[in-house]
Design a protein around this ligand. Structure first.
Ligand SMILES: NC(=O)c1ccc[n+]([C@@H]2O[C@H](COP(=O)([O-])OP(=O)(O)OC[C@H]3O[C@@H](n4cnc5c(N)ncnc54)[C@H](OP(=O)(O)O)[C@@H]3O)[C@@H](O)[C@H]2O)c1
Length: 325
């Protein structure tokens, strides 16, 4: 008998669809409601056959969701997410939001995005990177799952906190990171056999890096790769004091000792090795006085839905890895 009733709001999108798949198979969670907009009325497994979730999606009605669920995963685009999260929080549900709406303080959010739709909730929101904020997540009723690129870059750089003052972050990201609707840039014929940088003048995920690693000056450039799922963050950081490769590697081993989803490896991480898993592989070395740190994740898993369920496990007092191995 599952212990906790969970709804997924926005289950027609890539992130929400995988949330539905993970919750449906989770031994301690019961998937009690799925909502969608254009796919409302369809069964989830008609739209996402490989996830095999035989549940009909319905239009979002916060009261109807609250009647059947104690917690919700919200997978809307930013701006649309905040009012939905507020409605669910007002009805007493614990919420993990996959969007950017609750990741940043208000000033940072409004600088990078737009006026906030529910600023009164920002004080209770916790940034959902368990490797840093585990204890706060355990106590939280609202958790903001970090961005996919930010997750990869932060896992590559966090063990260096306080030891670097500058980092160039090179992100290579699969097309599913852009969501289900194809654009001119993400259309198959644009993305296949091609690599290009995008949002060069300022990628919004920079804001999360600046917030979580204060004192570091970042430049972040993302590249779209012709793969479906996967992110590789390659980070080139300047140490404030000389650091050897051995010392850097020891910092990483120490930082991630006991972490259930982070593997410190000695060869360059590859997206293929973490595909369809909640794992992150990180590697660090030092060359010509620069720290080179790499992290590979699956953007839909550790970068979105997997991490959101990891957060929910912590919020509900369940084993952190349950449903995610
Ligand atoms: N994809 C990733 O790798 C990834 C990683 C980390 C975080 N995220 C975040 O997770 C959230 C969902 O991303 P996604 O990739 O799953 O996006 P997506 O595939 O575009 O799905 C978004 C879903 O939200 C619905 N939606 C769109 N606009 C809406 C509105 N104004 N009001 C209500 N519903 C609306 C869409 O419904 P219709 O289909 O009916 O329009 C769709 O089902 C975003 O905030 C994204 O930034 C995504």
């Amino acid at each position: 008998m599952a212990e906790h009733r969970v709804a997924v709001v926005g289950a027609g999108g890539f992130g929400g669809a995988l949330c539905a798949r993970i919750v449906h198979r989770h031994p301690s969670l019961e998937l009690t409601a799925l909502t969608a907009r254009s796919d409302a009325g369809k069964r989830h497994d008609e739209v996402y056959r490989r996830y095999r979730v035989p549940v009909t999606m319905e239009q979002f009605d916060p009261g109807a969701v609250a009647d059947r669920a104690d917690a919700a995963l919200v997978a809307y685009p930013h701006k649309a997410a905040a009012p939905a999260v507020k409605a669910l929080r007002d009805l007493g549900l614990k919420v993990v939001d996959l969007s950017a709406d609750f990741r940043l303080d208000q000033a940072r959010y409004e600088h990078w995005y737009q006026p906030h739709e529910a600023p009164e909730l920002l004080d209770e929101a916790v940034y959902g990177l368990p490797e840093v904020h585990r204890e706060e997540i355990e106590e939280a009723d609202l958790v903001a799952a970090p961005g996919c690129n930010s997750t990869a870059a932060l896992l590559a750089l966090l063990p260096l906190a306080g030891r670097i003052d500058e980092a160039a972050v090179d992100i290579k990201a699969g097309v599913s990171g852009a969501g289900r609707e194809a654009s001119d840039e993400t259309h198959y014929v644009s993305a296949v056999d091609n690599v290009n940088a995008y949002k060069v003048e300022g990628h919004r995920h920079t804001a999360e890096l600046e917030q979580e690693l204060p004192g570091v000056h970042f430049s972040l450039v993302a590249h779209l790769l012709p793969i479906d799922q996967g992110i590789l963050a390659s980070c080139y950081a300047r140490p404030t004091e000389p650091l050897t490769a051995g010392e850097a590697q020891e910092l990483f081993r120490e930082a991630y000792r006991g972490e259930p989803f982070v593997d410190v490896v000695t060869d360059p991480p590859r997206t293929r090795d973490v595909r369809d898993t909640n794992r992150a592989t990180v590697q660090v070395t030092v060359v010509n006085e620069r720290v080179l740190a790499f992290c590979a994740i699956d953007n839909l898993w550790k970068g979105a839905a997997g991490q959101a369920v990891q957060d929910l496990n912590l919020m509900l007092g369940l084993p952190e890895t349950e449903g995610l191995r």
